[in-house]
Design a protein around this ligand. Sequence first.
Ligand code: ACM
Ligand code: ZN
Length: 753
Amino acid sequence: MTFNKSIALAVFISFLFSCKEAENAQIDTKIIPVPSHLSINDGTFIINNSTGITYDSAFKDSAEFFKSFIENGSNIQLQKNKSIEFIKDGSIKNSEGYELKISTDKIEIRANSDQGAFYAVQSLRQLLPPEFENGKFNNDSVQISCVTITDEPQFAYRGMHLDVARHMFSVAFIKKYIDALAMLKMNTFHWHLTDDQGWRVEIKKYPKLQTIAAFRDETLIGHYSNSPQRFDGIRYGGYYTQEQIKEVVAYAQQKHITIIPEIEMPGHSQAAISAYPELGCTGEQPIVASKWGVFEHIYCSKDETFDFLEDVLDEVLELFPSKYIHIGGDEAPKKLWKSCPNCQKRIKNEGLKDEHELQSYFVSRIEKFLNSKGRQIIGWDEILEGGLAPNATVMSWRGTSGAIEAAKQSHNVVMTPTSHCYFDYYQSENSNEPLAIGGYLPLEKVYHFNPIPEELSRKESKYILGAQGNLWTEYILNEKQVEYMVFPRILAMSEVVWSTPKHKNYKNFVNRVEHFHKRLEALDINYANHLYEIEGNLTSVGYELKTITSNNTIYYTIDGTKPSLKSNVYTEAIPITKNTIIKAAIFNDKQQLGSLFTQNIVYHKAVAKQITLNVEPHKSYPGSGAAGLINGISGSDTRYGDKEWLGFWGEDLEITIDLGEKTEINSVETRFYNSPGQWIYAPKEIQFGLKKQKIDSIIKIQTSTKNTSEVNLTINKKSRYIYLKIPNYGIIQEGNQGAGNKAWTFIDEIIIK
Ligand code: ACM
Ligand code: ZN
């Protein structure tokens, strides 16, 4: 069967069960991440107590995993015979690739390595009922649809990160996390083990890392931007012993997961400096940080620091066999280096230009050490500043420019841009979401991520090894919340890194996610469910409501009441001619499924008029384009990444609104987002005029600690045009996150009354 036909049949129509399949509701072919090639054949294979398994000795781990999955999941005991056979096949070139052929009398798993066979088993597992996941499958036999799958990954690096410094999680949970990664055919766990707020890996040579650096006296309560900041007064911390780490690494190996440890340097090292103040530039003892952010106490570049780091890394290398060691490199303020005699001497003696070159010296020296031990370094994209160490791999987080620069210099890259890969951002616009750092990264945006930046040539794109979802845990207090933030976005990420773009289809993916919920429940994973939320859009014909799931109905009201099964059924765009509040929800035939959707439309004088911008919004934060600034709808108070906020990085913005004819203008209102931690700053002023390109007045904007800065101009004049010039805030000052970089401007609706 050709690819196109098989995909058409298998992927897009697999949920339209054939008559035979409908007889057995347990049969399905919904796999995440979607395989390269899946075709459904006639018939079913039955697993029962006479089914057996044989395997090539190379596939012992995978075969035993499968045997345990069946036997722990049900009362079925597998025999030793050839009905399920693991076969080594040298013709499969990709060591992570596999073939899975299920016929009525036999299952054949072909691969060239145990890892490939393991991924075949993960697909096979998803063809079995979810009750197998928690030992609750009670029948004597189970039927699986006959399918042929040929599959291999798109990217070699398929990762998830977890920060255990800000909040720490149990060994049992780390194993559960690893299990979930493996189920989704991910192969890398990036374990962020050290930071300002805690050091979490036992280093025997430096006991104060355990007694001092692993504990903070208290922790910030609520959001960093709350004023005043409050603390809980409760000592918090802990660390993983070397025995525990060895146990986790061995566990991950069985699941074909490589663990990359991250030991942060030269910044994000305040906890270590608290334990050993001599590692810093001033000799002062800072506290183990009790709040979030970027701190000035970073490692000094004197020889003693390198002795310490080499000792630490020696122990780390014993624990982690990974090719890569992550050395951090991000967010290292250079303030103390500038006034430190040791660091200035280093700059002079090494012929370095400035502190950026000193950071490069720091990273390169550690790289040389790790290369001498047969390892490679990977670091956040700041390691490009002052010159990239010769063999370094770059983890691109501040957008994609670091990735582009590194790939053009023939360095390998892992993609983790905040815009698409930061799972600590909000995933829903619902105001009931648990507190998060900010931002907005819904499932769909993760799903549509393409790890290859379009600026790269085909040859350069070979340096993009893959991508990774990151979970920073400042606001993630416990394991259930880790799961909530990671699921279901990890499902989308697994498809980003495993599946080929031409096989991806968001609607089909959502259908598979909905189906996957039962498996997650059986695995006791606390996933977020935003599939039954409503998306609204104001268009030229009115306000449109849509939902991504099928088979459900949207009910709505425009009189302020809560929708019910007796309200209007949504069938076409709702005409909007005045201020309107739309309330809507999705119902099946009995009850409401998702949360209530409320949209307040302010039908002001600029709605649906002409608007032009001098620059396009940044491609990671396009909102709904320029028209979204005058569509009557304001953005979220807490999620700047939604489709009403437009983001611009470093650019001065000029906006011209054409009302079509001379119109009485009483007032002009807009607002800007503030989120210094994400480098987002309201402008210091805006310039305003009533003719194109002409400025009549300048309005100063005070710095604010609130999420948004409002601007409200009283005009009381007639004009056809409104002209706004919005200079970017400028370069972020020392002492702040992102210091030295351009600030972002985020602007919301421009309301003309
Ligand atoms: C980072 O988010 N500071 C890498
Ligand atoms: Zn120094």
